[in-house]
Design a protein around this ligand. Structure first.
Ligand code: ZN
Length: 322
């Protein structure tokens, strides 16, 4: 029997500008599958776009609220400032050429622990990395424009920027089933598995010199951790309250159930259930193709569809020329 209630990352949700540019970047250039096209449940005139692996497994899901006229945010303390994706070690050259081909500026590859890391940003300035490693046994997905052997496997990690690490570490380790696995300078790494498997890693970068972040496009809104069931979620919620956190009530997000709370370093955390998942209202073949509305908005479908800017998925425009 295991009493591990948190299994790793579930999803990362960020703010973006133009929805079509967002689709082009994540499905076209990065090759993630658009697994759900729905709306912000609290503001249905704004999309909520979900990208992930073939079926939208926890640990692969990057989601966006693209608002065309949103203010630009700034990276800083109190944010999940960099989201990283896992690629095979042999894919480094391929991805450098691919980013160059699509005019995506990136830093030179750097070594970090046992990995090779390439930093770049999306069209809105969101901090991203490709982390090349040989520890990922998850299945790749591609629409066909990226050879499967080089494709992204899901998240590698999320990097939190904080002023200190002690309180966040205490929360992760004592209440959220993480283990301290490694450190290098101001980077401390935690994971829900001893070896720090891709998709289960949180890096805390504690550096008091950094300024506080400002929310807006190009910034992460919150990160979500994966819990297997509703009962496990309630058990986590109890633990969090005992630790002095203020988790919300359980909210129904259609594809998972959620609680939210702000961790001591200022980053908004969510704990989301694995079920029901993204196959709840579409099958593997049609996943991400329909505009999905929550039941209480169905009667307003025609009105909402008129408010939303049409978006097109055209991964074939993003084939590698090599
Ligand atoms: Zn969320």
């Amino acid at each position: 029997m295991s009493d591990q209630l948190i299994k790793g990352l579930h999803h990362v949700t960020a703010m973006a500008g133009d929805p079509q540019a967002n689709v082009n970047f994540y499905s076209g250039i990065l090759g993630l599958r658009l697994v759900k096209k729905t709306v912000n449940f609290d503001a249905p005139d704004v999309y909520h776009l979900y990208y992930g692996d073939e079926t939208g497994n926890p640990g692969s899901i990057m989601t966006f609220f693209p608002f065309k006229n949103i203010q630009q945010g700034a990276h800083g303390v109190g944010q999940a400032a960099t989201t990283t994706f896992s690629i095979p070690k042999k894919a480094v050259e391929y991805w450098i050429k691919r980013l160059d081909h699509f005019n995506i500026k990136h830093k030179d590859p750097q070594e970090r622990f046992d990995e090779i890391v390439i930093y770049f940003e999306d069209y809105d300035g969101l901090g991203l990395e490709l982390v090349a490693n040989d520890m990922d046994d998850r299945a790749p997905f591609s629409y066909g424009q990226i050879p499967l052997e080089y494709a992204i496997r899901g998240f590698y990690s999320v990097e939190l920027w904080e002023n200190t690490y002690e309180l966040t570490e205490s929360l992760l380790v004592n209440k959220m089933d993480h283990i301290f696995v490694n450190e290098s300078g101001p980077r401390r790494r935690y994971s829900t598995s001893e070896k720090g498997k891709p998709g289960q890693i949180i890096d805390v970068l504690w550096d008091a010199q950094k300024r506080y972040g400002v929310g807006g496009s190009g910034t992460v809104h919150h990160i979500a951790f994966d819990t297997p069931s509703d009962a496990d979620q309630l058990a986590v919620r109890d633990r969090l309250m005992q630790a002095g956190m203020y988790p919300t009530q359980v909210l129904d997000r259609q594809y998972f159930h959620s609680i939210y709370f702000r961790e001591p370093g200022g980053v908004l955390f969510e704990v989301a259930t694995t079920p029901p998942g993204f196959l709840y209202d579409e099958d593997v073949k049609t996943l991400g193709t329909g505009l999905k509305l929550p039941p209480w908005e169905e009667s307003r479908r025609a009105y909402i569809e008129k408010l939303l800017q049409p978006i097109e998925l055209k991964p074939e425009n993003y084939a590698s020329p090599y």
